[in-house]
Design a binder for this molecule. Structure first.
Ligand code: PLP
Length: 389
Protein backbone atom coordinates (compact mmCIF):
# COMPACT_ATOMS: atom_id res chain seq x y z
CA UNK A 1 0.00 0.00 0.00
CA UNK A 2 1.27 3.47 -0.84
CA UNK A 3 0.44 4.81 2.61
CA UNK A 4 2.45 7.87 3.59
CA UNK A 5 1.02 7.66 7.14
CA UNK A 6 3.20 4.61 7.76
CA UNK A 7 6.45 6.14 6.54
CA UNK A 8 8.44 8.33 8.79
CA UNK A 9 11.20 10.12 6.92
CA UNK A 10 14.66 10.16 8.50
CA UNK A 11 14.52 13.90 9.16
CA UNK A 12 11.32 13.42 11.17
CA UNK A 13 12.02 10.24 13.16
CA UNK A 14 15.44 11.55 14.18
CA UNK A 15 16.89 8.17 15.12
CA UNK A 16 20.58 8.63 15.88
CA UNK A 17 22.43 6.31 13.45
CA UNK A 18 24.62 5.30 16.42
CA UNK A 19 21.66 3.21 17.67
CA UNK A 20 22.29 0.78 14.81
CA UNK A 21 25.80 0.13 16.15
CA UNK A 22 24.51 -1.15 19.51
CA UNK A 23 24.27 -4.90 20.17
CA UNK A 24 20.95 -6.25 18.91
CA UNK A 25 19.17 -6.48 22.30
CA UNK A 26 20.34 -2.99 23.28
CA UNK A 27 19.40 -1.63 19.87
CA UNK A 28 15.91 -3.10 20.09
CA UNK A 29 15.35 -1.71 23.59
CA UNK A 30 16.58 1.73 22.51
CA UNK A 31 14.36 1.73 19.42
CA UNK A 32 11.30 0.68 21.43
CA UNK A 33 11.97 3.44 23.96
CA UNK A 34 12.32 6.01 21.20
CA UNK A 35 9.50 4.93 18.90
CA UNK A 36 7.14 2.50 20.66
CA UNK A 37 5.87 -0.58 18.79
CA UNK A 38 4.97 -1.99 16.35
CA UNK A 39 8.00 -0.67 14.53
CA UNK A 40 9.52 -1.67 11.20
CA UNK A 41 13.18 -0.73 11.16
CA UNK A 42 14.89 -0.77 7.79
CA UNK A 43 18.67 -0.81 8.08
CA UNK A 44 20.11 1.41 5.35
CA UNK A 45 23.49 -0.30 5.66
CA UNK A 46 21.88 -3.63 4.76
CA UNK A 47 20.07 -2.06 1.78
CA UNK A 48 23.43 -0.85 0.48
CA UNK A 49 25.11 -4.21 1.19
CA UNK A 50 22.38 -6.17 -0.59
CA UNK A 51 22.58 -3.89 -3.62
CA UNK A 52 26.37 -4.25 -3.69
CA UNK A 53 26.12 -8.03 -3.27
CA UNK A 54 23.79 -8.23 -6.25
CA UNK A 55 26.12 -6.13 -8.38
CA UNK A 56 29.12 -8.20 -7.28
CA UNK A 57 27.40 -11.54 -7.98
CA UNK A 58 25.72 -10.44 -11.22
CA UNK A 59 27.84 -7.60 -12.61
CA UNK A 60 26.19 -7.77 -16.00
CA UNK A 61 22.70 -7.18 -14.62
CA UNK A 62 21.16 -3.70 -14.28
CA UNK A 63 18.88 -3.50 -11.25
CA UNK A 64 15.33 -2.13 -11.35
CA UNK A 65 14.13 -2.31 -7.74
CA UNK A 66 10.47 -3.46 -7.65
CA UNK A 67 9.08 -0.88 -5.26
CA UNK A 68 5.96 -2.96 -4.61
CA UNK A 69 8.10 -4.90 -2.11
CA UNK A 70 8.60 -1.82 0.07
CA UNK A 71 8.01 1.68 -1.30
CA UNK A 72 9.39 3.72 1.63
CA UNK A 73 10.79 6.92 0.08
CA UNK A 74 14.11 6.55 1.93
CA UNK A 75 14.60 3.09 0.39
CA UNK A 76 13.97 4.50 -3.09
CA UNK A 77 16.41 7.33 -2.41
CA UNK A 78 19.05 4.88 -1.16
CA UNK A 79 18.89 2.85 -4.40
CA UNK A 80 18.60 6.02 -6.49
CA UNK A 81 21.88 7.24 -5.00
CA UNK A 82 23.53 3.91 -5.82
CA UNK A 83 22.62 4.37 -9.49
CA UNK A 84 19.67 1.97 -9.39
CA UNK A 85 16.58 1.98 -11.55
CA UNK A 86 12.98 1.12 -10.60
CA UNK A 87 10.13 -1.20 -11.54
CA UNK A 88 6.67 0.29 -11.00
CA UNK A 89 3.26 -1.34 -11.32
CA UNK A 90 0.89 1.62 -11.50
CA UNK A 91 0.50 5.35 -12.00
CA UNK A 92 0.63 5.74 -8.21
CA UNK A 93 4.00 4.00 -7.98
CA UNK A 94 5.27 5.98 -10.98
CA UNK A 95 4.32 9.29 -9.36
CA UNK A 96 5.86 8.15 -6.09
CA UNK A 97 9.22 7.17 -7.64
CA UNK A 98 9.37 10.36 -9.73
CA UNK A 99 8.64 12.37 -6.56
CA UNK A 100 11.83 10.92 -5.04
CA UNK A 101 13.85 12.58 -7.80
CA UNK A 102 14.29 9.50 -10.01
CA UNK A 103 14.74 10.26 -13.71
CA UNK A 104 11.97 8.81 -15.93
CA UNK A 105 14.62 7.03 -18.02
CA UNK A 106 15.33 4.89 -14.96
CA UNK A 107 11.82 3.48 -14.67
CA UNK A 108 10.16 0.43 -16.21
CA UNK A 109 6.37 0.24 -16.00
CA UNK A 110 6.29 -3.54 -15.64
CA UNK A 111 2.62 -4.32 -15.23
CA UNK A 112 1.49 -6.09 -18.38
CA UNK A 113 -2.06 -4.78 -17.90
CA UNK A 114 -2.15 -1.01 -17.60
CA UNK A 115 -4.93 1.54 -17.23
CA UNK A 116 -5.12 3.79 -20.31
CA UNK A 117 -4.81 6.79 -17.95
CA UNK A 118 -1.62 5.33 -16.50
CA UNK A 119 -0.16 5.02 -20.00
CA UNK A 120 -1.13 8.64 -20.72
CA UNK A 121 0.59 9.66 -17.51
CA UNK A 122 3.69 7.63 -18.43
CA UNK A 123 3.82 9.31 -21.83
CA UNK A 124 3.59 12.80 -20.34
CA UNK A 125 6.12 11.94 -17.62
CA UNK A 126 8.47 10.43 -20.26
CA UNK A 127 8.45 6.97 -18.69
CA UNK A 128 9.02 5.26 -21.98
CA UNK A 129 9.59 1.59 -21.16
CA UNK A 130 6.76 -0.89 -20.49
CA UNK A 131 5.95 -4.60 -20.65
CA UNK A 132 3.02 -6.34 -22.37
CA UNK A 133 1.79 -9.89 -22.90
CA UNK A 134 -1.15 -9.63 -25.30
CA UNK A 135 -2.17 -8.00 -28.56
CA UNK A 136 -5.00 -5.96 -27.02
CA UNK A 137 -2.44 -4.44 -24.65
CA UNK A 138 -0.26 -3.51 -27.65
CA UNK A 139 -3.17 -1.65 -29.25
CA UNK A 140 -3.75 0.16 -25.95
CA UNK A 141 -0.08 1.13 -25.65
CA UNK A 142 0.08 2.26 -29.28
CA UNK A 143 -2.98 4.46 -28.72
CA UNK A 144 -2.01 6.03 -25.40
CA UNK A 145 1.78 5.94 -25.55
CA UNK A 146 2.78 5.89 -29.24
CA UNK A 147 6.39 4.97 -29.97
CA UNK A 148 6.95 3.47 -26.52
CA UNK A 149 9.70 0.88 -25.90
CA UNK A 150 8.13 -2.50 -25.07
CA UNK A 151 9.26 -5.85 -23.68
CA UNK A 152 7.14 -8.97 -24.29
CA UNK A 153 6.49 -10.98 -21.13
CA UNK A 154 7.00 -14.69 -21.61
CA UNK A 155 5.20 -17.30 -19.53
CA UNK A 156 7.80 -19.55 -17.88
CA UNK A 157 7.85 -22.35 -15.35
CA UNK A 158 7.43 -21.23 -11.72
CA UNK A 159 7.92 -24.76 -10.37
CA UNK A 160 8.95 -24.78 -6.72
CA UNK A 161 8.72 -21.01 -6.29
CA UNK A 162 6.73 -19.79 -3.31
CA UNK A 163 4.61 -17.21 -5.20
CA UNK A 164 3.28 -18.08 -8.69
CA UNK A 165 3.78 -15.22 -11.13
CA UNK A 166 2.88 -17.00 -14.37
CA UNK A 167 -0.77 -17.85 -13.69
CA UNK A 168 -2.11 -14.43 -14.52
CA UNK A 169 0.60 -13.14 -16.83
CA UNK A 170 2.84 -14.08 -19.70
CA UNK A 171 2.38 -15.11 -23.32
CA UNK A 172 3.34 -18.52 -24.69
CA UNK A 173 6.68 -18.98 -26.41
CA UNK A 174 5.24 -19.16 -29.94
CA UNK A 175 3.28 -15.91 -29.51
CA UNK A 176 6.25 -13.72 -28.61
CA UNK A 177 7.97 -13.07 -31.97
CA UNK A 178 4.65 -12.48 -33.81
CA UNK A 179 3.67 -10.03 -31.05
CA UNK A 180 7.02 -8.25 -31.33
CA UNK A 181 6.38 -7.92 -35.08
CA UNK A 182 2.90 -6.63 -34.34
CA UNK A 183 4.35 -4.08 -31.90
CA UNK A 184 6.71 -2.84 -34.59
CA UNK A 185 3.85 -2.66 -37.08
CA UNK A 186 1.93 -0.48 -34.61
CA UNK A 187 4.83 1.97 -34.40
CA UNK A 188 6.08 0.75 -31.00
CA UNK A 189 9.70 -0.19 -30.26
CA UNK A 190 9.95 -3.87 -29.30
CA UNK A 191 13.30 -4.42 -27.56
CA UNK A 192 13.19 -7.87 -26.03
CA UNK A 193 11.63 -10.22 -23.52
CA UNK A 194 10.86 -10.26 -19.80
CA UNK A 195 9.97 -13.21 -17.56
CA UNK A 196 9.39 -14.04 -13.90
CA UNK A 197 10.32 -17.44 -12.53
CA UNK A 198 8.09 -17.14 -9.43
CA UNK A 199 8.82 -15.15 -6.32
CA UNK A 200 11.23 -16.61 -3.74
CA UNK A 201 12.51 -18.97 -6.43
CA UNK A 202 14.88 -21.65 -5.18
CA UNK A 203 14.76 -23.81 -8.31
CA UNK A 204 17.54 -22.79 -10.69
CA UNK A 205 15.97 -24.92 -13.45
CA UNK A 206 13.31 -22.21 -13.81
CA UNK A 207 15.97 -19.64 -14.73
CA UNK A 208 17.87 -22.12 -16.89
CA UNK A 209 14.82 -23.03 -18.96
CA UNK A 210 13.54 -19.44 -19.21
CA UNK A 211 16.94 -18.19 -20.39
CA UNK A 212 17.19 -20.93 -23.03
CA UNK A 213 13.68 -20.30 -24.35
CA UNK A 214 14.35 -16.56 -24.44
CA UNK A 215 17.59 -17.16 -26.38
CA UNK A 216 15.55 -19.09 -28.98
CA UNK A 217 13.11 -16.20 -29.16
CA UNK A 218 16.07 -13.87 -29.68
CA UNK A 219 17.20 -15.98 -32.70
CA UNK A 220 13.65 -15.98 -34.10
CA UNK A 221 13.36 -12.22 -33.66
CA UNK A 222 16.71 -11.51 -35.31
CA UNK A 223 15.80 -13.80 -38.25
CA UNK A 224 12.68 -11.70 -38.79
CA UNK A 225 14.70 -8.49 -38.70
CA UNK A 226 13.33 -7.43 -35.31
CA UNK A 227 15.58 -5.71 -32.82
CA UNK A 228 16.46 -7.71 -29.70
CA UNK A 229 18.37 -5.61 -27.19
CA UNK A 230 17.14 -6.54 -23.70
CA UNK A 231 16.43 -9.58 -21.55
CA UNK A 232 14.59 -8.78 -18.33
CA UNK A 233 15.11 -11.72 -15.96
CA UNK A 234 12.51 -10.37 -13.53
CA UNK A 235 12.56 -10.48 -9.76
CA UNK A 236 12.01 -13.59 -7.67
CA UNK A 237 15.51 -14.04 -6.17
CA UNK A 238 15.21 -15.83 -2.82
CA UNK A 239 16.13 -14.50 0.60
CA UNK A 240 16.79 -16.23 3.91
CA UNK A 241 14.11 -15.93 6.59
CA UNK A 242 15.54 -18.48 9.02
CA UNK A 243 19.06 -18.88 10.34
CA UNK A 244 18.94 -22.44 9.01
CA UNK A 245 17.97 -21.44 5.42
CA UNK A 246 20.73 -22.39 2.99
CA UNK A 247 19.45 -21.14 -0.36
CA UNK A 248 20.07 -17.59 -1.51
CA UNK A 249 21.21 -15.69 -4.58
CA UNK A 250 24.81 -16.65 -3.76
CA UNK A 251 24.01 -20.32 -4.31
CA UNK A 252 23.06 -19.93 -7.95
CA UNK A 253 24.54 -16.62 -9.08
CA UNK A 254 27.58 -18.29 -10.66
CA UNK A 255 25.33 -20.57 -12.76
CA UNK A 256 23.22 -17.58 -13.72
CA UNK A 257 26.32 -15.60 -14.76
CA UNK A 258 27.58 -18.50 -16.87
CA UNK A 259 24.24 -19.00 -18.61
CA UNK A 260 23.82 -15.30 -19.37
CA UNK A 261 27.28 -15.18 -20.97
CA UNK A 262 26.77 -18.45 -22.85
CA UNK A 263 23.38 -17.50 -24.30
CA UNK A 264 23.50 -13.74 -24.91
CA UNK A 265 26.04 -11.62 -26.80
CA UNK A 266 27.63 -8.84 -24.76
CA UNK A 267 25.57 -6.15 -26.47
CA UNK A 268 22.32 -7.62 -25.14
CA UNK A 269 21.48 -5.71 -21.97
CA UNK A 270 20.36 -7.82 -19.02
CA UNK A 271 18.08 -6.23 -16.46
CA UNK A 272 16.37 -7.60 -13.34
CA UNK A 273 13.49 -6.43 -11.15
CA UNK A 274 14.33 -7.68 -7.65
CA UNK A 275 12.02 -6.64 -4.86
CA UNK A 276 12.35 -8.92 -1.84
CA UNK A 277 16.05 -9.62 -2.42
CA UNK A 278 16.90 -5.94 -2.00
CA UNK A 279 14.57 -4.74 0.76
CA UNK A 280 13.63 -7.98 2.55
CA UNK A 281 16.86 -8.62 4.49
CA UNK A 282 17.06 -4.98 5.62
CA UNK A 283 13.74 -4.93 7.52
CA UNK A 284 13.21 -5.96 11.13
CA UNK A 285 9.78 -5.82 12.74
CA UNK A 286 9.62 -5.17 16.47
CA UNK A 287 6.34 -6.00 18.23
CA UNK A 288 5.24 -6.36 21.82
CA UNK A 289 2.96 -8.78 23.60
CA UNK A 290 -0.28 -6.97 24.47
CA UNK A 291 -2.18 -9.93 25.93
CA UNK A 292 -1.64 -13.56 26.95
CA UNK A 293 -3.54 -16.64 27.99
CA UNK A 294 -3.23 -20.43 27.98
CA UNK A 295 -5.42 -22.39 25.57
CA UNK A 296 -5.20 -26.10 24.80
CA UNK A 297 -2.07 -26.35 26.90
CA UNK A 298 -0.28 -23.77 24.80
CA UNK A 299 0.84 -20.28 25.62
CA UNK A 300 -1.25 -17.88 23.62
CA UNK A 301 0.34 -14.47 22.95
CA UNK A 302 -1.41 -11.52 21.32
CA UNK A 303 0.99 -9.15 19.57
CA UNK A 304 0.42 -5.51 18.66
CA UNK A 305 0.78 -6.33 14.93
CA UNK A 306 -0.96 -9.05 12.93
CA UNK A 307 -1.92 -10.43 9.54
CA UNK A 308 -3.89 -7.30 8.62
CA UNK A 309 -0.75 -5.34 9.40
CA UNK A 310 2.90 -6.16 8.84
CA UNK A 311 2.37 -9.93 8.89
CA UNK A 312 0.17 -9.59 5.78
CA UNK A 313 2.95 -11.43 3.93
CA UNK A 314 1.71 -14.61 5.63
CA UNK A 315 -1.48 -14.26 3.60
CA UNK A 316 -0.40 -12.61 0.36
CA UNK A 317 3.19 -13.80 0.12
CA UNK A 318 2.84 -17.28 1.69
CA UNK A 319 5.70 -16.24 3.90
CA UNK A 320 7.01 -17.92 7.04
CA UNK A 321 9.02 -15.94 9.55
CA UNK A 322 11.45 -16.55 12.38
CA UNK A 323 10.10 -15.12 15.65
CA UNK A 324 12.73 -14.10 18.17
CA UNK A 325 12.60 -12.71 21.70
CA UNK A 326 14.96 -11.06 24.15
CA UNK A 327 14.41 -13.86 26.69
CA UNK A 328 16.68 -16.89 26.95
CA UNK A 329 14.66 -19.22 29.16
CA UNK A 330 13.05 -22.59 28.47
CA UNK A 331 10.79 -22.70 25.42
CA UNK A 332 7.22 -23.95 25.21
CA UNK A 333 4.79 -24.58 22.38
CA UNK A 334 3.10 -21.24 21.75
CA UNK A 335 0.58 -19.56 19.51
CA UNK A 336 0.98 -16.01 18.18
CA UNK A 337 -2.07 -13.94 17.29
CA UNK A 338 -2.60 -10.41 16.02
CA UNK A 339 -4.43 -7.59 17.80
CA UNK A 340 -7.73 -7.46 15.85
CA UNK A 341 -11.06 -9.06 16.85
CA UNK A 342 -10.78 -11.57 14.03
CA UNK A 343 -9.77 -15.23 14.53
CA UNK A 344 -8.25 -15.16 11.07
CA UNK A 345 -5.70 -12.78 12.57
CA UNK A 346 -3.53 -15.65 13.77
CA UNK A 347 0.16 -15.31 13.03
CA UNK A 348 1.45 -18.77 13.94
CA UNK A 349 -0.11 -21.86 15.50
CA UNK A 350 3.15 -23.43 16.55
CA UNK A 351 6.20 -21.56 17.73
CA UNK A 352 8.66 -22.61 20.41
CA UNK A 353 8.94 -19.52 22.57
CA UNK A 354 10.08 -18.73 26.10
CA UNK A 355 7.56 -17.60 28.71
CA UNK A 356 6.59 -14.05 27.74
CA UNK A 357 4.67 -11.35 29.58
CA UNK A 358 2.60 -8.40 28.52
CA UNK A 359 5.18 -5.91 27.29
CA UNK A 360 7.74 -8.53 26.15
CA UNK A 361 9.33 -7.92 22.78
CA UNK A 362 8.93 -10.32 19.83
CA UNK A 363 10.98 -9.37 16.78
CA UNK A 364 11.29 -10.75 13.27
CA UNK A 365 14.33 -10.30 11.00
CA UNK A 366 14.32 -10.16 7.18
CA UNK A 367 10.71 -8.97 6.93
CA UNK A 368 11.32 -5.79 4.95
CA UNK A 369 9.49 -6.93 1.80
CA UNK A 370 5.77 -7.56 1.24
CA UNK A 371 4.97 -6.70 4.85
CA UNK A 372 4.30 -3.00 5.47
CA UNK A 373 3.69 -2.73 1.70
CA UNK A 374 0.45 -4.72 1.97
CA UNK A 375 -0.58 -3.73 5.53
CA UNK A 376 -3.89 -1.96 6.17
CA UNK A 377 -5.66 -0.27 9.06
CA UNK A 378 -8.25 -2.74 10.38
CA UNK A 379 -10.22 -2.43 13.61
CA UNK A 380 -8.70 1.04 13.76
CA UNK A 381 -5.31 -0.54 14.43
CA UNK A 382 -2.59 0.99 12.27
CA UNK A 383 0.34 -1.05 10.97
CA UNK A 384 3.88 -0.44 12.18
CA UNK A 385 5.59 2.88 11.78
CA UNK A 386 8.34 2.36 9.18
CA UNK A 387 11.71 4.02 9.64
CA UNK A 388 14.89 3.76 7.59
CA UNK A 389 18.01 4.27 9.69
C1 PLP B 1 6.41 -7.50 -12.50
C2 PLP B 1 7.12 -7.84 -11.25
N1 PLP B 1 8.40 -7.41 -11.10
C3 PLP B 1 9.10 -7.67 -9.98
C4 PLP B 1 8.54 -8.38 -8.94
C5 PLP B 1 9.37 -8.58 -7.70
O1 PLP B 1 9.49 -9.91 -7.32
P1 PLP B 1 10.43 -10.27 -6.09
O2 PLP B 1 10.05 -9.41 -4.97
O3 PLP B 1 10.16 -11.70 -5.85
O4 PLP B 1 11.83 -10.03 -6.52
C6 PLP B 1 7.22 -8.85 -9.04
C7 PLP B 1 6.59 -9.56 -7.94
O5 PLP B 1 5.39 -9.73 -7.85
C8 PLP B 1 6.50 -8.57 -10.23
O6 PLP B 1 5.23 -8.96 -10.38
Amino acid sequence: MLNPDQWVPAEVHKTPPSIMKLSLPKRIRALVKLHDTPLMVVDKRVLIEEYARFKRLLPRVDLYYAIKANPHPDIIKAFRDLGGAFDVASEGEMRHVLAQGVKPQRIIFANTVKRPEALEFARKARVNFVTFDSEPELYKIAKHHPGCRVLARLKVSNLGSIVELSLKFGADYDQIVPMMAKAKGLGLRPEGVSFHVGSQCTNFENYQRALEVTANIMKGAVERGLPFKIVDIGGCFPIKHFKSDTISLDTFASKLRRELDRLYPKDVQIIAEPGRALSGPAGMLICRVVGRSIRNNKNYYYLDDGVYGDFSGIVFDHCKYEFRTLVKTQKYASILAGPTCDSFDTISLNEDLPELDVGSVVYVPSIGAYSCASAVVFNGIPPAKVIVV
